[in-house]
Design a protein around this ligand. Structure first.
Ligand code: GLA
Length: 392
């Protein structure tokens, strides 16, 4: 049996949500929308420091079908967990601790702030983006609902504006002071391309990423350490402190010489600054090596990113250190690192496709022996960002 997961494709997701919609609402949906999760090849904990990141949308989606409805409610049926939520549009939208509806309400609230009235609708959704897997299922959910609203209003938004709206929803309704990477990746993603996203001026360039021999493997460690949320904010605050010590407007402009010259006696702060500065150097190097398809060099930069995230940024965890360590021992792996905010979630590997199955099986076994946990493994190509189309 294969260790690599095969998940529902877009047609299957449409079938599931279509039949869920008909059962639940006894009517036909008018549109479908596919909102992907994201990966990031390199550039972690730099988006909120005005850095450059190299993410892509993945071939895992929160899929939805929807139709406008009469009245003043939004009803969302989740066909995976067979549960519904109802949002009353006549009431003030407020976040409730721990609710997944917060992501949807957060998006609606941003539209309302602009004086836009949310239209009533029914939706049925189904997700194969692992939740809590560090693959930005929350950004996918935000993008999905922002896309439903703009579609029903017949007023398409600029993609980056939409990403910024979703980021604000995350800040204000989920309480996570995230950067722009996740929302931008799930909205602006392009098939077979990475996005070179400059988080300072929000410019985006696409970088082709197709290879017969090499692929990107995601490994969901299935752990999520609870300190994650508060620690993310602390990393951000430490970076701002270092920036202020260096007297800069952002750490994007800092160099290691400047950091060393500042004689920061707090070792933790020094290492936080070092991570950001060296990670930005690695991204710049990665962009250069990608131009000449030097994947061996890219793999080394990916490994370097992990060590820096683990030792200097301190956002890894024993499970992700173990998985990436095991991965590097395999000749089929060119590079391995933890991905996303950290403290659990997923790792990303640059692998030789013909050895991917063997790599996954080997890590799977070692991880089960060491941690008694079953990770999930899958290969993905960079995919298209959120897309919507009418159903005939
Ligand atoms: C989370 C945040 C992103 C980014 C990453 C770390 O995914 O949502 O904005 O900061 O962590 O690179």
């Amino acid at each position: 049996m294969s260790t690599l997961d095969i998940s529902e494709n877009l047609d299957e997701l449409e079938r599931i949500t279509h039949s869920g919609f008909v059962d639940q609402f006894a009517s036909q949906p008018t549109h479908r929308v596919a909102s992907p999760g994201r990966l990031n090849v390199i550039g972690e904990h730099v988006d909120y420091n005005d850095g450059i990141v190299l993410p892509a949308a993945i071939e895992r989606w929160i899929f939805g079908v929807f139709a406008p409805s009469a009245g003043n409610q939004v009803v969302v049926y989740d066909a995976k967990y067979t549960e519904s939520i109802t949002i009353d549009l006549a009431e003030e939208l407020k976040p409730q601790k721990g609710e997944w509806a917060n992501y949807i309400k957060g998006v609606f609230a941003q539209f309302q702030k602009q004086g836009i009235q949310i239209p009533a609708f029914n939706a049925c959704i189904y997700s194969n983006v692992p939740t809590g897997g560090g693959l930005s299922s929350s950004a996918a959910l935000e993008a999905l609902f922002a896309t439903i609203v703009e579609t029903l209003l017949e007023s398409p938004m600029d993609k980056m504006e939409k990403a910024l709206l979703c980021q604000k929803a995350e800040h204000e309704f989920a309480g996570v002071p995230c950067g722009i990477m996740d929302q931008a990746a799930v909205i602006l993603g392009e098939q077979n391309h990475l996005l070179k996203l400059d988080c300072r001026d929000l410019s985006v360039e696409t970088v082709p990423f197709t290879s017969e021999e090499l692929g990107l493997m995601i490994i969901d460690s299935k752990v999520h350490h609870e300190l994650a949320d508060g620690e993310y904010g602390k990393r951000r605050a430490s970076c701002e402190q270092v920036r202020d010590i260096l007297g800069l407007s952002s750490l994007r402009d800092a160099t290691m010489d400047q950091l060393d010259a500042a004689n920061i006696d707090d070792d933790v702060l020094y290492r936080r600054g070092k991570h950001v500065i060296t990670e930005i150097e690695r991204i710049e190097a990665a962009i250069e090596v990608l131009k000449v398809d030097d994947f061996v060099a890219l793999g080394e930069l990916i490994n370097g990113s992990h060590f820096s995230l683990s030792h200097d940024c301190e956002v890894s965890c024993p499970e992700l250190d173990f998985i990436t360590d095991q991965a590097r021992k395999h000749p089929g792996v060119l590079g391995a690192r933890m991905m996303g905010g950290g403290f659990g979630g997923s790792a990303i590997l640059l692998v030789r496709k013909d050895q991917a199955e063997a790599v996954a099986a080997k890590i799977d076994q070692a991880y089960q022996e060491a941690y008694n946990l079953k990770a999930a493994f899958f290969l993905t190509n960079p995919s298209q960002g959120v897309s919507v189309s009418p159903l005939s």
